[in-house]
Unconditional design. Structure first.
Length: 407
């Protein structure tokens, strides 16, 4: 880091006599006026090197310390951070503004993200890559935070690094809106800032604490968001009613919460949901992954759906789950009725799997909403019959069509 007696915004070079400066160019999108001013100062101060950096910025190298302040004054550009413990840059590809492959506005979001996090102090330097399509020209998977545009929304990645110990970042969430990306990135960086060691990059931070612990902490941080907070309160109510001994995973705050139009009800939480703490399509098991793919293919956005269980608590002993029974369903029905009252925009309920469908008659007595039944999306179910996956997809598409109807 520069010492107190060195000029502001300057980096001492190898010769110990000259300096470099890096003007900030948000998203790497320079204006004609920027280039005009750069040409003027290069000629005026006889700057010997102009280097395009890996972060889509221009480094002016080789000036004496006594002229640095004058150069900043003449440039009329903000300082680009290069050595401080903060956000250094947001690298963004052209995106759908000009690129024929772009499916999202990576330039627009990249510039917003840079403004959003510009003055946030971090444990170490942070670099963000925003790509407008899965070709990933913004190098998103090897940045501290990576954002990749897909047709259904943005994928958020955390903990990447392209240095001497490279690391591919972990996917934190998919199919998000631009606003959801900013909220998620803020939670990720706040948790990192609060728990990271000084000069510990995000890659090493994730290796130290574990990605599962990180994901759980981020989702817990999202639980105060307005769309999910009433459901978290409802979840706590169930736990208070039942007392200790019941393991009840939370609603996934990445889903639609109280704004959901479609409620997907499965049987009961499995061991992976208990471990993650959430009923989520992002849980590390094949059923969750299949569910995620089917929901995307059926046309649902993440904010239109919510996943829950007929019986919201873990049934079984230790990690050996059992099937739900009539007593379980009877005990859970009042809670399901309360849940439905918290979902004012709900249009349809999908009962996923045979065990969940066993509660259909009881559910029809507490709601007049359309009930759709489908096979379970587990590998065991889908592989049993080649027609099952297409059938599930059709049922999900039917639910999507119903969800578009006004109340």
């Amino acid at each position: 880091m520069t010492s107190d007696n060195e000029p502001k915004g300057a980096i001492l070079q190898r010769d110990k006599e000259t300096y470099a400066i890096v003007p900030r160019i948000p998203g790497g999108l320079a204006k004609l006026e920027n280039f005009k001013e750069i040409v003027k100062v290069v000629e005026k101060y006889n700057i010997p090197i102009i280097k395009i950096t890996s972060g889509h910025r221009l480094a002016l190298v080789g000036m004496k310390g006594e002229v640095v302040n004058d150069i900043w004054h003449d440039l009329k550009m903000d300082e680009g951070r290069a050595v401080e413990l903060c956000l250094h840059y947001v690298q963004a590809c052209p995106g759908n503004a000009v690129c024929r492959f772009g499916v999202q506005d990576s330039l627009g979001l990249g510039i917003e993200i840079e403004k959003f996090f510009l003055n946030m102090t971090m444990p170490a330097k942070v670099k963000i890559g925003v790509s407008g399509c899965p070709f990933c020209c913004g190098e998103s998977f090897v940045r501290d935070i990576g954002i990749i545009g897909k047709r259904r929304g943005w994928t958020v990645v955390f903990g990447g690094n392209s240095g001497r110990r490279p690391r591919i970042g972990d996917v934190i969430a998919e199919n998000n809106s631009g606003d959801e990306v900013k909220t998620l990135a803020k939670l990720c960086l706040e948790f990192y800032a609060a728990n990271g060691k000084k000069k510990e990059r995000t890659a090493r931070f994730i290796e130290r604490i574990g990605i599962d612990e990180f994901k759980k902490a981020i989702k817990e941080g999202m639980c105060s968001q307005p769309h999910i907070a009433p459901l978290i309160k409802f979840h706590h109510q169930i736990k208070d009613d039942l007392g200790e001994g019941y393991e009840i995973p939370l609603f996934d705050p990445c889903d639609g919460g109280i704004k959901s139009k479609a409620l997907f009800l499965l049987e009961a939480p499995g061991p992976k949901a208990v471990k993650s703490g959430f009923i989520s399509r992002n849980n590390p098991d094949p059923s969750a992954k299949n569910m995620d793919r089917l929901l995307v293919e059926s046309g649902f956005s993440r904010g239109e759906t919510i996943l829950w269980n007929i019986v919201p608590w873990y049934v079984g002993k230790e990690r050996k789950i059992r099937s739900i029974n009539a007593k379980d369903i009877d005990t859970s029905m009042p809670y399901l009725e309360c849940l439905l009252k918290l979902l004012p925009e709900l249009r349809v309920i999908i009962l996923v799997g045979k065990k969940a469908q066993s509660a259909k008659k009881k559910i029809s007595k507490i709601t007049k909403l359309p009930l759709i039944v489908s096979y379970h999306p587990s590998n065991q179910s889908i592989n049993r019959d080649k027609n099952r996956r297409p059938d599930i997809l059709k049922k999900f598409k039917d639910a999507k069509e119903i969800s578009n109807n006004p109340i």
